[in-house]
Design a protein around this ligand. Structure first.
Ligand code: PHE
Length: 344
């Protein structure tokens, strides 16, 4: 025989301890109570039924109370942005002393510092630009076929000319701005000498050598009597300083709308004597595009090309960094993986 009173106490205690109190209303003990009824003398059955109903009501009331109580319990706050497993009792935060600059940031600073010592000032690029700077000022008029070479990301929004905005596909988008900004140097008999190391974007098919987001360093140098020999010497000096050894360089003719003549610049592989995996066993590494600034580009910035000439270059920084640290896949650089980053 189950005693109704002691069962009541037991079930109510169970409700108070439960995280899902409604479950107690389905306790198997109720079925056992009902199963007892046929064995009771008929005159006791009414009273028994009444007590079972009271028991049910008491349990239901306790369930209501417990539910209200659970609803107001303050949950521990969780920082969903925390860089650790929020379920672990003692979060292992990364000690600040273990943090380092991203390898690209480190190298951008080194590249910039080398050019600064050579007399160039550093400017930043931007992450959204217009077709005027990406193409028009660089001597790619509307409809110019070379516009298609740049796999340019475009926005849905348009500028005042109705053209989509773009994520700069090269740092050359800054040429017109820096030429205008430092034009005053020329009047004072000084050169315009600017580097722009910054982020660029192209809608590339991604693989170990192609990433949609990458870095270039643009160089612009304008003064009286600037010639291609100065371009080659500047780049050679920069690369020798960067790799810490003397290096042979090679220039081949190339085409860019914004330089004339244009060159593709290669350097002797800094890592081998007679061929290795970095240079694909060719001993030469094609590194960057460069050339003498086209008169139309100078004119677009209000500079008289009869009086002044200049050179420009655009060098991929990821490639420099990959070669330096023997990184086999460019996609590591934007992966944000700590295993990778902690090596630098
Ligand atoms: N902007 C060119 C590119 O990304 C490189 C370049 C820069 C060439 C400056 C000439 C002068 O392909």
């Amino acid at each position: 025989m189950i005693d109704v009173e002691s069962l009541k106490e037991k079930l109510i205690a169970r409700v108070h301890a439960s995280e899902a109190p409604a479950e107690v209303a389905k306790a198997p003990e109720f079925r056992e109570l009902y199963a007892q009824i046929p064995s009771l003398p008929p005159e006791d059955r009414g009273d028994f039924g009444k007590r079972v109903n009271e028991l049910k009501k008491a349990v239901d009331d306790a369930i209501g109370q417990r539910k209200a109580e659970l609803a107001t319990v303050a949950l521990p706050t969780i920082d969903v942005t925390a860089p650790f497993d929020v379920n672990s009792s003692e979060p292992l935060l990364l000690p600040a002393s273990q943090g380092t600059l991203h390898p690209l940031t480190q190298e951008i600073e080194r590249v910039s510092a080398i050019f600064n010592r050579m007399g160039f000032v550093t400017e930043q690029s931007r992450e959204i630009d217009d077709q005027f700077h990406m193409f028009e000022t660089l001597n790619f008029p509307k409809g110019h076929p070379a516009r298609d070479d740049y796999d340019t990301f475009m926005t849905v929004e348009t500028d005042q000319d109705g053209d989509p905005l773009i994520a700069p596909a090269h740092t050359s988008t800054m040429q017109n701005r820096v030429l205008k900004k430092y034009q005053g140097n020329l009047a004072q008999g000084e050169a315009i000498a600017v580097v722009v190391p910054d982020r660029t974007f192209r809608n590339e098919d991604l693989d170990a050598r192609h990433e949609h987001t990458f870095y270039q360093v643009e160089g612009v140098y304008v003064a009286k009597g600037v010639h291609a020999g100065m371009l080659v010497a500047t780049l050679q000096k920069f690369l020798e300083e960067y790799y810490g050894r003397s290096l042979n360089v090679r220039v081949n003719p190339f085409y860019f709308p914004f330089t004339e003549p244009s060159f593709e610049f290669a350097l002797e592989c800094p890592f081998c004597e007679d061929g290795c995996s970095v240079c694909s066993h060719s001993k030469w590494i094609e590194l960057l595009g460069c050339g003498m600034i086209h008169p139309n580009v100078l004119a677009a910035a209000g500079i008289d090309s009869d009086e002044f000439t200049g050179f420009a270059f655009g060098c991929g920084i990821d490639r420099l960094v990959m070669m330096k640290h023997n990184i086999e896949d460019i996609r590591h650089l934007e992966s944000a993986k700590l295993n990778f980053l902690r090596q630098f």
